[in-house]
Design a protein around this ligand. Structure first.
Ligand SMILES: [Zn+2]
Ligand SMILES: [Zn+2]
Length: 133
């Protein structure tokens, strides 16, 4: 997995990081730039240091520490490109299921990172399917 750099202090960032270990900035993955970015609070949203002037919401699954991605502009449901594909989520009040789900989300986010890098379509079931026949 690629390494990234904190825009605030130049420290190395890993794909699964939630915060920079040197400067303490919260960090998140920005799918359209395929990069990790240091982020700063901007009201309800987060200012993206890798994309000056841009602010975005964190994915709703960040609340469960199951996701560290930023949502796309105009994404109405509050989920990132990877989490909008989730159909069934386990009972998160059960710590065992929550732990298992987080593990699964790590693998899923790595998969989506690859899909994005390979420029493969990320159609969700709720999207309008074009006729493929
Ligand atoms: Zn840093
Ligand atoms: Zn997400």
């Amino acid at each position: 997995m690629k390494l990234f750099v904190c825009q605030a202090c130049g420290n190395v960032l890993y794909f699964e990081n939630r915060a920079c270990e040197r400067c303490g900035h919260r960090v998140a993955f920005l799918p359209e730039k395929e990069t990790m970015s240091a982020i700063e609070p901007d009201g309800e949203a987060w200012r993206i240091l890798a994309d000056k002037g841009e602010s975005r919401m964190l994915c709703r699954n960040a609340e469960y520490d199951a996701c560290n991605w930023l949502t796309d502009t105009g994404e109405g449901n509050g989920y990132c490109r990877a989490c909008r594909h989730n159909g069934i989520v386990p009972d998160l009040s059960d710590p065992r299921q929550l732990a298992g789900w987080r593990e699964l989300e790590v693998a899923k986010h790595r998969l989506f990172y690859s899909l994005i890098r390979w420029k493969l379509p990320l159609q969700a079931r709720q999207d309008e399917l074009p006729s493929m026949v």
